[in-house]
Design a protein around this ligand. Structure first.
Ligand code: GLC
Length: 800
């Protein structure tokens, strides 16, 4: 905690000189004269874990963040003792440990450049109030170093010069710079000299990060308890850092069902049943695609979770079925607060089984939420999570609900300072009993995990769908998320853009905002511009608090309705493209949205960009973020970009003006890309896909693109029943070659591709498919050249 440099030295304790070193396979342990032990674990060539204890004894090694599926293993490990240091070398990193004071410096093993070095390094202050230590780490910022990540912080992409706190907090109508808010993801990536590394401080206590705010050249992080326990993750590519962090804390356990990537409509609250039906019918009547409809807290009987209001929803099973027949999946909210009511079975059972959280001295943790006074299950107890997961049986298996929305799981408590549990509340923490100080940041995560467990069980053989508001590192394994209670302002459109990029960069890709804003009401223009942004967010849902008027696509007049329809239709066309990006996230931890800095860290112009981002691998998007605009200036990353609407080419590496009236927005496709598209559907599965459109964007040179497909739901894809098409495009001055390599056992419903050629610089004279010439009459021209081809082709040759 750097509050004052002088004090820093006064109040703090430091490791003294190293007197003992031991190596146990990949675990290196250094003991200092004053009892401090540093344990360095080589997890991978590019990932080192640093753990310190000041008592000589480590806590039980337990983390909710780290997944058991994380990759391990390294190619090379060598430890040398030199005069002043121990030198640990892997194939990617060199780590030096100073004998005098345990300070660490890390170098790129390939070119020996300095990547990251301790300033004061590990130090601590005894916590006389609670016991244990306040654990601290400070590092010297390298010249020109920038910082990114940290979850949902509502600030510009580059975090340099700022300080943050990690303590998940219910933050109704938060604003730019509000800190902390709903999520605690103590992971950042840093970039300097074109090299990137990441630090994941896996400590669930209240923690802080200071990026050259207190002192200009110092970056530090500290926590109010627990261990100094962090992972150093080396790139040098930022995309590798993020992928490795995601590998460590977990990729989503399964692909989302394709419908979950459709458009979702929500409000606090749609009720009674007739209102819900009115909304869903209107979508179909106006032909605006929509896959999911949400029931907020008013569907329950007095806000009791797992109950239905008899008055407003007399026959939920019938209703859910009728909605399903019309293509709508019903998603219901479930909060953690269980109403104190002896006539309510969930409460009675929780009480009998002793599943509710208790205060330090024994009484229950009682707090007010929507239902009034509540007790709260201790989701950090595995037995409680099992119980909770079973509570979903009726909702999912019997009634047919398709998804569950976990809210208020910070946990939010009303009318108390701190808006959450007091510090003394006790938690099981999977057998590592502790106070709320340690469990607070993971409470919501464990609730979402328990919910996920239930949905996974009872939705089987379909895939589960969960949304959470609170999250800690690793929550992406179980659930999607949204950015909480934002506001209907233009700046909140920007904030949503930043938060979605930042979450993606923090290993959590399945994210979206309340489109249009939760609090207050947008005008039509703001709503339309927000929809344009929202269709490029992995989770795409309109939600609003309802007390400020209507927020459905048709609530702002015909002009806006038409814009909204056009963009939601575009989302549905791009579903195979988005699904492929999801597959890359689920299989390799590649983020779905890429801030420009993550896309091209070599280009210094990207280091401070906020608005533009890459959607998937090939599409560059930039929302129009102010009123009355007919376009905007934006930066184009290096490369060549096709205007999605006009096919005009823009040279990258410059900022330039782009026209975008209200019915348009800046969307660009990187040259050489092959973009798959489905026809517009009103909901996923409405139509059998008869043909896959492939938009091919000519490039002089080579490019690869992928299309991943499977049954859109279920688990067969895990057994190899998927279809992965790798396309290799080679463009020459008078030739275009597309090769297809197909893997996987899934057979797509369509038989043909509709190949649409963009930007071809020559007139076509000859076409060969798998070395057989086909008549030119097969070419259809509508501005672009269009060709219908059998989906099994392996090589297409187009010649001048
Ligand atoms: C919280 C949620 C919001 C929800 C409301 C009522 O404010 O963030 O999305 O509509 O509670 O359940």
């Amino acid at each position: 905690m750097i509050l004052n440099t002088e004090l820093e030295y006064k109040g703090n304790l430091f490791p003294s000189k190293i007197t003992n070193y031991e190596k146990n396979l990949n675990v290196l342990s250094f003991t200092a004269d004053n009892g401090v032990v540093l344990e360095i674990t080589v997890r991978r060539d590019s990932i080192l874990r640093f753990r310190y204890t000041t008592t000589g004894i480590f806590e039980n090694d337990f983390s909710y963040a780290i997944t058991k599926y994380a990759s391990r293993g390294y190619n090379h490990l060598e430890v040398k003792e030199e005069a002043d240091t121990y030198v640990i070398t892997t194939s990617k990193l060199i780590c030096k440990v100073a004998k005098a004071d345990m300070r660490i410096s890390l170098y790129d093993a390939v070119d020996n450049t300095l990547i990251c070095e301790d300033e004061l390094g590990f130090h601590w202050e005894e916590s006389y109030q609670f016991g244990g230590n306040v654990v601290k780490m400070s590092k010297t910022a390298q010249p020109g170093e920038s910082y990114y990540g940290l979850g949902d912080k509502p600030v510009d992409n580059n975090l340099k010069g700022k300080r943050f706190e990690n303590w998940v907090t219910d933050s109704y109508a938060y604003g730019r710079e509000t800190d902390p808010i709903y999520k605690a993801i103590p992971f950042y990536t840093a970039l300097h000299n074109k090299k990137s590394y990441g630090i994941f401080f896996d400590n669930s206590f209240r923690s802080y990060f200071d990026f050259c705010h207190e002192r200009r050249n110092i970056t530090s992080f500290w926590a109010h308890g627990g261990e100094m326990n962090y992972y150093f993750i080396y790139g040098p590519q930022m995309s590798e850092v993020v992928a490795n962090y995601t590998d460590l804390t977990g990729k989503p356990h399964e692909m989302p069902a394709l419908w979950a990537l459709g458009y979702h409509q929500c409000k606090w609250s749609y009720y009674p049943e007739s209102k819900v039906k009115e909304i869903t019918s209107k979508f179909r009547e106006l032909q605006i695609p929509c896959d999911a409809i949400y029931l907020d807290i008013d569907y329950m009987e007095g806000f009791r979770c797992f109950t239905w209001s008899k008055k407003h929803f007399p026959d939920p099973k019938r209703m859910v079925k009728e909605l399903a027949d019309d293509g709508f999946k019903t998603i219901v909210i479930i909060d953690p607060g269980i109403k104190i009511d002896m006539d309510y079975s969930v409460f009675k059972e929780g009480l009998e089984k002793d599943y509710f959280c208790k205060r330090a001295d024994g009484p229950y943790m009682k707090g007010k939420v929507w239902p009034g006074e509540c007790y709260f299950p201790d989701f950090t107890n595995p037995e409680v999570r099992d119980w909770w997961s079973d509570l979903f049986k009726e909702l999912i298996e019997d009634i047919g609900v398709k998804g569950v929305w976990n809210d208020m799981n910070e946990p939010a408590v009303m009318d108390v300072p701190g808006k959450s549990f007091p510090d003394d509340v006790r938690h099981n923490y999977d057998g590592n009993h502790c106070s709320h100080r340690k469990a607070h940041n993971v409470y919501g995560m464990q609730m979402a995990r328990a919910t996920y467990q239930g949905l996974k069980k009872f939705s089987y053989p379909k895939r589960p769908f969960v949304i959470t508001r609170a999250a800690y590192s690793g929550t992406q394994r179980y659930t999607s998320s949204w950015t909480g209670d934002n506001v209907a302002t233009w700046d909140h459109l920007n904030i949503a853009n930043l938060q979605a990029q930042r979450m993606s960069m923090s290993g959590f890709s399945f994210i979206g905002s309340d489109i249009g804003g939760f609090a207050e009401q947008p005008n039509g223009e703001l709503y339309a511009r927000w929809i344009q942004l929202g269709i490029f967010h992995p989770f795409c849902r309109t939600h609003s608090s309802g007390d400020h008027g209507d927020q459905e696509p048709w609530a702002f007049g015909d002009t806006i309705t038409n814009v909204v329809r056009k963009f939601i239709e575009l989302r549905y066309q791009l579903l195979p493209y988005l699904y492929t990006a999801f597959w890359r996230n689920v299989s390799d931890g590649i983020p779905i949205l890429k801030s420009l800095v993550l896309y091209d860290q070599e280009d210094p112009q990207t280091h401070y960009r906020n608005d533009e981002f890459i959607f998937g691998e090939k599409i560059l998007v930039c929302p129009v973020n102010g009123p009355n605009q007919k376009g905007r200036r934006m930066y184009f990353p290096i490369g060549r970009w096709y205007n999605f609407w006009t096919d005009e080419i823009v040279e990258g590496g410059q900022e330039t003006w782009v026209d975008a009236d209200l019915d348009s927005m800046p969307i660009f496709v990187s040259e050489g890309a092959i973009i798959p598209k489905y026809p517009v559907q009103q909901y996923v599965g409405e139509k059998t896909i008869e043909e896959l459109t492939l938009d091919v964007y000519y490039k002089l040179g080579k490019e690869t693109s992928q299309v991943y497909e499977d049954a859109n739901d279920g688990y067969d894809y895990i057994k190899g029943r998927y279809s992965l098409r790798d396309f290799k495009l080679t463009g020459k001055e008078d030739e275009l070659i597309i090769q297809q390599f197909k893997t996987g056992k899934y057979i797509t419903t369509y038989k043909t591709f509709k190949i649409s050629l963009h930007g071809l610089p020559f007139d076509i004279k000859k076409i060969e498919v798998d070395n057989v010439e086909i008549p030119l009459q097969k070419l259809i021209s509508n501005g672009n050249n269009i060709l219908i081809l059998d989906k099994e082709f392996t090589e297409l040759h187009i010649m001048a």
